[in-house]
Design a protein. Structure first.
Length: 591
């Protein structure tokens, strides 16, 4: 399985399935207000693929500005933009050559300002991608470091191994470390006569956080965007910020025989070093400073794929807080299209039972690095997984297009642009390529799914299924559609019980998973789903105490024979293959 950044074999046994209901561990008293980053769905936009406004086949800020009403109507509360900064686009924007400028392919700083103001006026918070571990090799900082200019000498990780006359450059590489995108993580520089470290492509040299100049510079980046009134950040590739001093070799993992593949090695020396947790706390202090100044909550969410004992400490402690949350990637790393009820239950508890008291959970269903939900978790289960991730306690993160059930698109080798796939070559590229989940957003049935003008070749091919009803306009017109289910789920997130209720999960049968959300004085919500391929009829009252005789269907998968508005008896709930239902004990009050 391809999971960006994951290196350890997750210890599934770490999460014993607890019988006691899990209360939402909220930091505040019951009657205190929750912050936007707690109640919102956070919607990830991959700007290249959302909406093209100028007919160059690449999405841009003007396209996003024109579609902000769509997001408001969808009901999401915050937008996270993947990088829009100046970039040579070797890694499609994750290689930044200027952190203070917008890349012309996306627009101008004026466009950004307009985007932010309009988003705010529609009640949408704005989160930026904060790319901290590496820069583009085209950035001024790296050019200066290459020339050993005063002050910049140690901004990147420069080293040589032992002298070796027979080695290509007269030196061994400093260590056996591997790039996440295959091959050695060290690249020779003729100019400096040293190697530099690159955890990703050779055009993304790693910053050296042991240099104070780098630490100050990256704090300035944070302040620059906070001064521009952004509300938070998704911090990219946090795990790769620091590496062990002296560059000790890493040990083989035993997971693969492919010596070029990143998971050939364990990554004790190069990932999630103790200093990283400390830097996150310093960034949190900056966010808190801005929050205190303008009274508006700021949030930081971290990209870290790993075991709970590595991920959870990123929350920090009450005395020294870290991130609002590290991303919970367990629905990505722990589940696949065959997962059954106990697999889902285990993934839920892997987060809930390991999250330290007083913190806020979150659920990431997909992103621009992972196959789409329908493709990864099963086409018939798209609505069900939206139900689960949006109605568990905490923040839900949606990758654009999951609300309409977009699927992976086949991308030929000729059309491939993902650098990871290009590194792998024509024979291996399909095992790692991320192009299939990054194809253009599907707006309607016109040419190119309405993403760009007719006759223009989009930067990645459009999925043909936009003509089979997978697009916003058709789904809004249809009686039953993924987007209509999604909007009902967003509505339900406004209920007090969804925001503050206790969680109780259950494995009803091998394939049927269910959970309740309960809160004194509020109607209970039950989410139940059949993960299997056969129809099942289950008795929910045998598992959950105190359910009334009748439950109202608030939302149902599009293929369900029971649809919203219907009532069902908890003693006998019929679920077709892949179907999920959101059931409510009686009318619910708004939070
Ligand atoms: C981003 C990827 C990117 C990688 C290297 C990750 O954290 O999510 O899309 O390829 O960083 O730049
Ligand atoms: Mg464009």
């Amino acid at each position: 399985m391809r999971v960006l950044g994951i290196t350890a074999v997750l210890c599934l046994l770490a999460a014993a399935v607890s019988a006691d209901p899990v209360r939402v561990r909220q930091p505040k008293a019951d009657d205190e207000e929750l912050a936007w980053w707690q109640t919102s769905v956070i919607y990830q936009i991959y700007p290249r693929s959302f909406k093209d406004s100028n007919g160059d086949g690449v999405g841009d800020l003007r396209g996003i500005i024109n579609q902000l009403e769509y997001l408001q109507q969808l009901g999401v509360g915050a937008v996270w933009l993947s990088p829009i900064y100046q970039s040579p686009m070797v890694d499609l924007g994750y290689d930044i050559s200027n952190y203070f400028e917008i890349d012309p392919v996306f627009g101008t700083m004026d466009d950004f300002n307009e985007f932010r103001d309009k988003a705010h006026s529609l009640g949408l918070q704005v989160m930026m991608d904060y790319v901290v571990s590496y820069t583009s090799d085209q950035i001024e900082w790296f050019q200066k470091s290459l020339r050993r200019e005063d002050g910049y000498d140690e901004w990147y990780v420069w080293a040589v191994g032992e002298r070796n006359e027979s080695a290509p450059h007269g030196y061994n590489v400093p260590s056996n470390w591997l790039s996440l995108f295959r091959g050695s993580a060290w690249e020779w520089s003729e100019e400096r006569q040293q190697f530099y470290l690159h955890s990703f492509t050779v055009n993304q040299p790693d910053l050296n956080y042991r240099d104070d100049g780098v630490v100050l510079q990256m704090k300035d980046v944070l302040r620059f965007w906070l001064d521009k009134k952004v509300d938070g950040f998704r911090v990219d590739a946090v795990s790769q910020m620091y590496e062990a001093e002296g560059f000790p070799d890493e040990l083989p993992s035993g997971l693969t025989n492919d010596t070029e593949a990143n998971n050939y090695l364990q990554h004790v020396q190069t990932q999630n070093r103790p200093e990283t947790y400390e830097m996150i706390k310093q960034w949190r202090a900056i966010l808190d400073e801005y929050q205190a100044a303008d009274g508006k909550a700021k949030a930081m969410m971290l990209e870290v794929y790993d075991d709970p004992e590595i991920v959870m400490p990123y929350y920090g402690t009450p005395e020294e807080p870290g991130a609002q949350f590290p991303f919970n990637f367990y629905f990505i790393s722990q589940l696949n299209a065959q997962s059954n009820a106990s697999d889902v239950n285990r993934a839920v508890h892997l987060w809930m039972d390991n999250m330290p008291e007083g913190n806020w959970p979150n659920w990431v269903l997909g992103n621009h690095d992972q196959p789409r939900v329908g493709t990864r978790l099963g086409v018939a289960r798209k609505d069900l997984f939206n139900m689960i991730s949006l109605l568990l306690p905490g923040t839900a993160i949606t990758f654009m297009g999951e609300e309409i059930g977009m699927e992976n698109t086949h991308v030929s080798w000729e059309d491939t642009v993902d650098p990871w796939a290009l590194n792998a070559g024509p024979d291996l590229y399909e095992s790692v390529t991320r192009d299939p989940e990054r194809t253009p957003f599907q707006w309607n049935t016109s040419a190119n799914a309405g993403f760009t003008d007719e006759g223009v070749k989009p930067w990645l091919p459009v999925n043909e299924n936009y003509l089979q009803g997978i697009n916003v306009e058709s789904e809004l017109e249809a009686d039953l559609s993924h987007i209509k289910v999604y909007r009902k789920l967003v509505d339900a997130r406004g209920w007090r019980v969804a925001q503050r209720g206790a969680l109780d999960t259950a494995i009803i049968s091998e394939w049927v998973f269910a959970f309740t959300r309960t809160l004194d004085g509020e109607p209970t919500v039950v989410v139940v789903g059949n993960l299997g391929t056969d129809v099942e009829t289950v008795d929910l009252s045998a598992t959950f105490d105190g359910l009334p005789d009748q439950l109202t269907v608030h939302a149902a998968s599009i293929s369900s024979s029971t649809q919203s508005g219907a009532t069902v008896s908890p003693q006998s709930v019929t679920l077709e293959a892949g179907v999920g239902l959101v059931l409510v004990a009686n009318s619910t009050s708004a939070a």
